[in-house]
Design a protein around this ligand. Structure first.
Ligand SMILES: O=S(=O)(O)O[C@H]1C[C@H](O)[C@@H](O)[C@@H]1CO
Length: 625
């Protein structure tokens, strides 16, 4: 095919075009959020049940139970882990935590451990806690001891650092707190809010896991959608995500039953999200709850007042004036007096599930909040222009999960959209199944476990269309972003991980290649065949006087292209960054780097040819002006 490139650009490309969608779907706790202990504070569990002890186990005969503490460590954390040292035990007796399906222990790293404790009975007991890391097989990796007394029953906090001198050979390790069985015979201690942190990304307290954070940062994202996705909504109204329950000291964060089948600690809360955005230079696309929960309950018309107030407080926490707003003053007191950048606020998530009530929910929420925050753009989440909403949304969030073929054949999805000042956020998209009649089915029915080169080049084709239509598409993000392989709620994901490693997928490299090779203006060219198999986009990077051509070949035969450029000066060589592999090739824990981008030098010029490999995304960059 011959591609003739225009001499002039058609439109500027928004700086926010490529970014990340995030929610806790086995991706926050035990993932991006660096806390290593699972069920660290016994939040939202039923005392005196086995389930309440999830991830905890007895060491050498200690009697364990989660109790509703009559003297809780805080009102937000009513449960304690009660540990009794039975008479007659010898050696270290206490508790162990196995982490989020493992604990990685690296020599030379400094781990910060803490926990609260209180003796239930005061006594003359003097002893010490031994706090450490050991392999599941019982081999000591590192430990330290902390002298204690039972002089009173008041809560006290232990803070220690652990520096292993050797790395563990696997992630099958435990965090342990023990007493000497003989010395502590008969003692009962209540524990609360344990924590074990490795070094964090940019050394942020209560921060992010370095390897996952680094992998995400390397995509160069421009926005971060938070906190969901389904995980915003709650199965029932009382379980919705509430910003104010996720800020301030961990002792005052109750956690919540998340929407993906497990308790969220909310240690990764609104301020951690905003600081993360600041660290990566991203804008937050922040959602507010829209009065609808996944079980189907919606707040009645006219009763939204308290929820609109809560949303107003949430926005004021982000951008308000500390001198005028309590939530903004709270932000300042937590160390960030300046406002965070915020332009977009999404009203709910996928409200196309209940359009009948979204008409008044959108109206009441946006009418109130647009007056208070005139510079905020509110994003609607119902189907575009159906139902008709008032005030008329200027932004919509469009989601699509489909087959690789659908993506390859719908790169013109936005070409036909009316240019009526409405702009679009392609907030969730991914090729997830090979079975067009059962997109959300099981792997046995065509669902992908990991992205493949067929799914990733389908997405790349679709993304060339998003670039071409970036006069009305202002942001786009693959979903879901992350997931823990040992506890998946959804496949495929952009980046998988386990306790020890991170596994960037083929789709991750597609996202990264588009994000790191942006233009600031779109250059029209010969249009691809909408129902064809080969797709491209051409952009200009003014700062470097470069032209960047992205080519997606979505089938297994190489595709020759000839480019004809009208520019006076065109370099004779350029670079090609090429991601190519077999149709079903995936990066997985067994083949983590099967398909990664490879760079080469290519011949370019006013007219030049290029052959796109089978199942490939190519990014050609060269100086031309
Ligand atoms: O079950 S779905 O509605 O398809 O869930 C999808 C859509 C929702 O916004 C997001 O949380 C989730 C996976 O990314």
């Amino acid at each position: 095919v011959t591609v003739t490139v225009s001499a002039t650009t058609s439109h500027p490309i928004p700086t926010t075009l490529w970014g990340q969608m995030f929610e806790d779907i086995s991706s926050g706790d035990g993932g991006l959020y660096a806390e290593m202990l699972q069920n660290r504070a016994f939040q939202q569990v039923t005392p005196n049940t086995t389930a309440a002890l999830n991830a905890w186990h007895s060491v050498n005969g200690a009697a364990l139970s989660v109790v509703a503490d009559p003297i809780p460590v805080s009102s937000a954390l009513p449960n304690s882990l009660q540990v009794t040292v039975p008479a007659g035990t010898t050696g270290p007796v206490g508790v162990g935590n196995e982490g989020y399906f493992g604990i990685k222990v690296t020599a030379g790293s400094t781990y910060t451990a803490s926990f609260h404790y209180r003796f239930t009975t005061a006594s003359a007991f003097k002893g010490s806690f031994t706090v450490g890391l050991q392999t599941a097989g019982g081999q000591l990796l590192v430990s330290t001891s902390v002298p204690i007394t039972a002089a009173n029953t008041a809560w006290a906090q232990v803070n220690v650092t652990l520096r292993p001198t050797r790395s563990a050979s696997s992630t099958a390790n435990n965090f342990t707190v023990t007493l000497d069985g003989t010395a502590a015979s008969g003692q009962t201690v209540n524990f609360a809010l344990f924590s074990l942190f490795p070094p964090t990304f940019k050394n942020r307290p209560n921060g992010m896991r370095v390897d996952i954070a680094t992998t995400l940062a390397e995509m160069g994202p421009s926005f971060f959608r938070l906190p969901g996705g389904n995980n915003l909504e709650g199965q029932i109204i009382s379980q919705r995500w509430q910003w104010n329950a996720t800020v301030g000291p961990l002792l005052s964060r109750p956690g919540r039953v998340g929407d993906w089948g497990y308790v969220n600690t909310d240690g990764l809360g609104l301020k951690e999200y905003l600081d993360w955005c600041e660290d990566l230079g991203m804008q937050a696309i922040m959602a507010i709850w829209s009065g609808f929960s996944l079980g189907g309950a919606a707040i009645a018309e006219g009763a939204l007042g308290p929820y609109i107030q809560q949303a107003s407080d949430q926005i004021n926490f982000v951008i308000g004036d500390p001198a005028k707003s309590a939530p903004a003053a709270l932000r300042a007191s937590l160390g960030h007096p300046a406002a965070y950048p915020l332009k977009y606020v999404e009203v709910g998530n996928e409200d196309f599930f209940q359009p009948s009530t979204y008409t008044y929910r959108w109206h009441d929420i946006v009418t109130a909040l647009q007056t208070e925050f005139p510079n905020i753009h509110f994003i609607a989440t119902s189907d575009t222009f159906n139902p008709i909403l008032s005030p008329n949304p200027l932004q919509y969030d469009v989601h699509v999960y489909q087959t690789p073929t659908w993506f390859a054949q719908n790169s013109f999805f936005y070409d036909g959209f009316e240019r009526n000042a409405t702009t679009y956020f392609e907030g969730e998209y991914a090729a997830i199944s090979l079975n067009a009649s059962d997109i959300f089915g099981t792997p046995a029915d065509g669902r992908l476990l990991f992205p493949t080169m067929q799914s990733s080049t389908g997405e790349a084709a679709f993304m060339t269309g998003l670039e071409r239509n970036s006069d009305i598409v202002f942001s786009a993000s693959y979903a879901p972003l992350l997931n823990h392989l040992a506890n998946s709620q959804w496949t495929p994901n952009l980046v998988s991980f386990d306790a020890g490693n991170v596994y960037p997928s083929t789709s991750y490299y597609v996202q990264k290649l588009f994000s790191l090779n942006r233009g600031d203006a779109y250059i029209p060219s010969t249009l691809p065949t909408p129902l064809g198999t080969l797709f491209w986009s051409v952009v200009r990077k003014t700062s470097t006087q470069e032209v960047i051509i992205k080519i997606s070949n979505t089938v297994g035969t190489a595709a020759p292209l000839t480019f004809v450029l009208p520019f006076a000066t065109v370099a004779t060589t350029g670079t090609a960054q090429v991601l190519s592999g077999a149709q079903n090739a995936s990066n997985t824990p067994t083949t983590p780097n099967l398909v990664v981008p490879k760079n080469s030098t290519i011949r370019t010029g006013k007219t030049f040819s290029y052959q796109a490999p089978p199942f490939s995304l190519s990014v050609l960059t060269f100086v031309a002006h």
